[in-house]
Design a protein around this ligand. Structure first.
Ligand SMILES: Cc1ncc(C[n+]2csc(CCOP(=O)(O)OP(=O)(O)O)c2C)c(N)n1
Length: 412
């Protein structure tokens, strides 16, 4: 007799690998989904009714820039122009902030490159009083809610005018006035907080809907499933979005689910679940408006997979050329969200390359003016810095003895 465990012969231990590495060619399968594929659904539909929508892909703008299908929201040209302007502003803002990071004026930065349509279209489809529970990849919601760029920059720099006085990492915005809830560094906590706030709205009987986003990688955490379970049981007015941008820093999305996709994971929870093209402004607007109408009419949560590609680095500390082909984002079948809306607007005769160029110039000068103003209040390289005493204030109502002791030790 021996205690030796026999070696299994059937299935070896399976560790998924990324579809391609830096030395490979990009290998995205071509998209077969078309805007006409998926029928519009009644807002009181069941999760079963959304099966096709969970396994398919909801699109409105096709590869030629034409809008079609039953989900076409047929938006007013002014709304399209506003959406395009916000997306361009976010991209230019991000580029400027990266320059500040590279020149030592702020410590860290995260861009939304390639994902600009998501928070912008989705927040535009909501009401101003709805709750926004973002991750660090949805700062664009603040433009929609009217936040001033100087104030956003002050936060990222952590200077004397930072509304959270350096108590958050850069890009971990918080903005009470816009119902934009503080981003927390431990990823995923927002999902449960959002469901809880939506439960409170249902309890109070107010008409506030809550939206929240987390990434594909984060959806491998328990937080995601706890949120879904509570949303399934209590059916609160909440829109739960997984942004599947293919990567969690260097880890490919195929390590975050063993299923066919992310949207379909909501079906067994009994929550209507839909996969939407995350680079299609119109599809995002349409599905979010629909989910809001559902929530507001008392039909409960909607679960969305927002299918996109993180075109840039994870953050200013990351170099994606170490783990994927350098030009991978140029091969993403969903293209670029700004180009897609722009081409659509040109195709319906409300936009032109000339107007586009003029808009970029206008935004560029607004961003430069904002950056000059923000850095005049201090930056990381040159100061002035917020006083050290702010470490100790406005956190506790009653300062605990050990914090008080530390403050006295520091002499502040
Ligand atoms: C609980 C927790 N674990 C790990 C980290 C470190 N971390 C920050 S972002 C990130 C990747 C998240 O990827 P994903 O959810 O796909 O979102 P994306 O950045 O792609 O938008 C990790 C591992 C963290 N902040 N919190």
């Amino acid at each position: 007799m021996t205690d030796e465990v026999p070696l299994a012969t059937a299935e070896p231990f399976r560790v998924p690998t990324a579809p391609c590495r830096p030395e490979d060619e990009s290998s995205f399968p071509a998209w077969e989904w078309m805007p006409e594929d998926l029928p519009l659904l009644p807002i009181d539909c069941s999760s079963e009714d959304t099966k096709e929508h969970a396994y398919g892909l909801l699109r409105v703008i096709d590869d030629d820039g034409k809008a079609g299908g039953e989900w076409n929201p047929k938006l007013d040209p002014e709304i399209l122009k506003t959406g395009l302007e916000y997306m361009l502003r976010l991209r230019i803002f991000d580029e400027r902030m990266m320059k500040l990071q590279r020149t030592g004026k702020l410590s860290f930065y995260m861009r939304s490159f390639g994902e600009e349509a998501i928070a912008i279209a989705q927040t535009m489809a909501l009401e101003q009083h709805d709750w926004v529970f973002p991750s660090y990849r949805q700062p664009g919601a603040q433009f929609v809610r009217g936040r001033d760029m100087v104030s956003m920059m002050n936060h990222c720099i952590g200077n004397e005018m930072d509304n959270v006085k350096g108590r958050q990492m850069p890009v971990h915005y918080t903005w009470k006035e816009g119902h934009f809830i503080s981003i927390s560094s431990p990823v995923g906590t927002q999902f449960n907080q959002a469901v809880g706030v939506a439960m409170a709205s249902a309890y109070k009987g107010d008409d506030q809907v809550t939206i929240t986003w987390l990434g594909d990688g984060t959806s491998a955490q328990g937080d995601y499933h706890y949120g879904l379970n509570f949303a399934s049981v209590y059916k609160p007015p909440v829109i739960l979005c997984i942004v599947n941008n293919q990567f969690a820093i260097s880890t490919h999305a195929n390590l975050a689910t063993g299923g066919p996709n992310f949207a379909s994971r909501g079906l067994p929870y009994g929550i209507p679940s839909i996969r939407v093209d995350g680079n299609d402004f119109l599809a995002l607007y349409s599905i979010t408006k629909w989910a809001r109408d559902r929530a507001s009419a008392g039909h409960g949560a909607t679960h969305l997979e927002v299918y996109t590609y993180r075109a840039g680095a994870h953050s200013s500390s990351d170099d994606p050329s170490r783990y994927r082909p350098k030009d991978d984002h140029l091969h993403w079948p969903g293209g670029d969200p700004i180009e897609r809306l722009k081409n659509h607007m040109i195709s319906i005769g409300i936009w032109s390359e000339e107007k586009h160029g003029e808009l970029i110039e206008k935004i560029d000068s607004e961003v430069v003016a904002s950056y000059k103003e923000a850095t005049s209040y201090g930056d990381l390289a040159n100061g002035p810095y917020p006083p050290a005493s702010t470490i100790f204030t406005e956190v506790y109502e009653t300062v605990p003895w050990h914090v008080q002791e530390q403050r006295e030790e520091l002499g502040k």
